[in-house]
Design a binder for this molecule. Structure first.
Ligand code: HEM
Ligand code: HEM
Length: 173
């Protein structure tokens, strides 16, 4: 087996897409003054964040069931580093979503959305979980930059077709 299973690959790229949208919406939320427009953005951000959590958990489950392709590097240390990065990416993705959910639940924003009243939107700077949401997002973005740089290094410098491992398209072994 030289590729991750098709369903793992589909979930990987779906999560990438949803993360870009969640990051964009999160920044929109932070930059938009309290208003009816802002109220309507919250549920979309929450829904996409929850979907990321669900897909990440499903991918961890299916990865256990489907197995993974043989190690990509000749160097065992690099394989270990790749493995640690993948575990961290999963853990921090979960931490981002959970800290977001705790921010939503502990800040009173859900009441504001339910009442449709922008005056009830809380000051997130005073919500402890929001600090963690921001911190985990920062760590996550740094991990993704490292992960993508490693993938591109393999693909274009080492030229070992690493990207094929996570592509949805199937290639003969
Ligand atoms: C899993 C992917 C997620 C990403 C990438 C993400 C990203 C972001 C970003 C970039 C911000 C702006 C940070 C700032 O205030 O400077 C933010 C704010 C926020 N997020 Fe998330 N988030 C995610 C999941 C969630 C989930 C699952 C929830 C709740 C169910 C949530 C609730 C919130 C709340 C309440 C805020 C504060 C909004 C504000 O500052 O006005 N997030 N998020
Ligand atoms: C939100 C962003 C991303 C996350 C959370 C993420 C996460 C992961 C994880 C956890 C794996 C291990 C396979 C698994 O457990 O399912 C993986 C594999 C992989 N990802 Fe990503 N990834 C992201 C973005 C990207 C991007 C943008 C690229 C391409 C430039 C990429 C290329 C790869 C490759 C080539 C592999 C296979 C690596 C190997 O077999 O050693 N990823 N990714």
């Amino acid at each position: 087996m030289k590729q991750f299973s098709k369903r793992i690959a589909v979930m990987h790229w779906l999560i990438v897409l949803l993360f870009i949208i969640a990051l964009y919406l999160g920044h929109q939320l932070a930059d938009t003054p309290n208003s009816a427009d802002k109220l309507s953005l919250f549920p979309i951000h929450f829904l996409i964040g929850d979907l990321i959590l669900l897909l990440t958990l499903l991918r961890i489950y299916f990865r256990k069931r489907d197995g993974e392709p043989a190690a990509a590097n000749a160097n065992p240390l690099l394989n270990k580093l790749a493995g640690i990065t993948h575990v961290l990416l999963n853990l921090v993705a979960i931490a981002v979503a959970v800290s977001g959910a705790v921010t939503a639940l502990s800040s009173g924003v859900i009441n504001a959305v339910k009442a449709g009243d922008p005056a009830l939107i809380p000051d997130f700077e005073k919500v402890a979980a929001h600090e963690f949401h921001e911190l985990f997002i920062g760590v996550f973005v740094a991990l993704v930059v490292f992960h993508v740089a490693a993938a591109l290094y393999h693909q274009f410098i080492v030229k070992d077709q690493l990207l094929r491992r996570i592509m949805i398209k199937r290639f003969p072994d």
